[in-house]
Write a protein that binds this ligand. Structure first.
Ligand code: GTP
Ligand code: MG
Length: 278
C-alpha cells in the first residue's frame, strides 16, 4: 500500500529506526567537548549515552500511546461497520488501514518546523503520528462514518479538512480529520492526536497512483502531461462516485415484498444461520 498504510491489526512500535545516517537525531545536543576544544572524558560519554537512552525510552513509551490510539480508532470504526451490517445488511467501510509514523519521519517533520526534538514538541506539534485511513464504499458513507465517530464522547474533533467539497488543484479528494483520543494506562489517561483520512475506494485508487507519480516525477520527462491526465481521472472518478451513490440510494428506496417465510429466512440469515439451499 502507498504511504506505508497497512490493513493489519498489529501496529509495529519501532518502524523505520535507523533508516538514515545518525538515525535522524540531528538536533540532539552534544556535549561541549565534542564541539569545542575540551577533551572528552569517559564520564561525559557515559552520561550522554545515559541521557540518550532515557530520551529513546521516553519516545518508545510515547509511540506506545500512538499505537494504542490507532487500535482504539480501528476498534471504534469496526464496531460502527458491524452495527451498520446488522441493521442495514450493508458495510459502509470497505477496509481500514493504519500506520505509525516512523521515528525518522517524526524527526524530519520537527526539523522542518524548526523545532527541537523532544517529547513535548512531538506531542504538541505532530498530528499524524497515528494515521488511520478508512476506505468507504460510497461518498455519503464517508460523512456518516466521520459523524458517527466524532460524536462519540471520548473523541475530540480538532480539525477537519474537506478535500471532497474542495478538492486539491491536482484532483486529490479525501476527508481528513485530526482528532484527540484518550489512551488509558494503569495510572494515567493520555490524550493523543491522530489523523484519520476517509475516502472512497475510487478516491483511494486515484491517490495511490498520484502518490507514485510524486516519487517518480523527477525521472519522468513530461510529468505535467501525466498530472493533467490524473486531474481528468479525478474528475471522472468524482462523476462515477456520484453516479454509484445515486443508484444505491434509488435501490435503498425500493421495498422488496416478502412473505412470512421469506422474512423469517432473512432474519435467520442475519443471525448468521447457514440455510440449507445456499
Ligand atoms: P502533512 O502533509 O502531513 O505535513 O500535513 P498537512 O496538514 O499539510 O496535511 P494534509 O491534511 O493536507 O494531508 C495529509 C496527508 O494526506 C498526506 O500525508 C497524504 O497522506 C495525504 N495527501 C494530502 N494531499 C495529497 C495529495 O495531493 N496526493 C496524495 N496522494 N495524498 C495526499
Ligand atoms: Mg502526513
Amino acid at each position: 500500500m502507498s504511504d506505508e498504510y497497512k490493513e493489519m491489526d498489529e501496529v509495529p512500535l519501532e518502524p523505520g529506526m535507523g533508516e538514515e545516517e545518525n538515525g535522524g537525531y540531528s538536533k540532539m545536543d552534544l556535549p561541549a567537548g565534542l564541539l569545542g576544544g575540551t577533551p572528552i572524558t569517559q564520564e561525559m560519554i557515559f552520561s550522554k549515552a545515559n541521557e540518550m537512552m532515557d530520551q529513546m525510552l521516553d519516545i518508545k513509551e510515547l509511540m506506545l500511546c500512538y499505537s494504542a490510539a490507532i487500535q482504539e480508532i480501528r476498534t471504534k470504526l469496526s464496531i460502527l461497520n458491524k452495527e451498520y451490517e446488522v441493521r442495514y445488511q450493508r458495510n459502509p467501510i470497505n477496509n481500514i488501514q493504519s500506520r505509525l509514523k516512523s521515528q525518522v519521519s517524526i524527526m524530519q517533520k520537527l526539523d522542518k518546523k524548526g523545532l527541537l526534538i523532544n517529547r513535548e514538541n512531538i506531542e504538541e506539534n505532530i498530528y499524524d503520528i497515528a494515521g488511520v485511513r478508512v476506505i468507504c464504499a460510497y461518498e455519503d458513507d464517508i460523512y456518516r462514518m466521520a459523524e458517527a465517530l466524532t460524536k462519540q464522547a471520548d473523541i475530540e474533533l480538532v480539525r477537519v479538512k474537506d478535500y471532497i467539497k474542495e478538492p486539491k488543484p491536482n484532483g486529490y479528494r479525501s476527508l481528513h480529520l485530526i482528532v484527540k483520543v484518550p489512551v488509558y494506562f494503569e495510572e494515567t489517561v493520555k490524550k493523543v492526536y491522530a489523523e484519520i483520512q476517509i475516502r472512497t475506494i475510487a478516491m483511494d485508487f486515484w491517490a495511490s497512483l498520484e502518490h507514485q507519480l510524486k516519487y517518480k516525477k523527477s525521472n519522468i520527462e513530461n510529468p505535467e502531461h501525466l498530472m493533467q491526465q490524473l486531474k481528468q481521472c479525478s474528475d471522472m472518478i468524482t462523476l462515477t462516485d456520484h453516479y454509484m451513490m445515486k443508484i444505491r440510494k434509488e435501490m435503498d428506496g425500493v421495498q422488496v415484498e416478502k412473505n412470512d417465510v421469506e422474512q423469517l429466512m432473512e432474519k435467520l440469515k442475519r443471525f448468521g444461520v447457514q440455510l440449507a439451499e445456499e
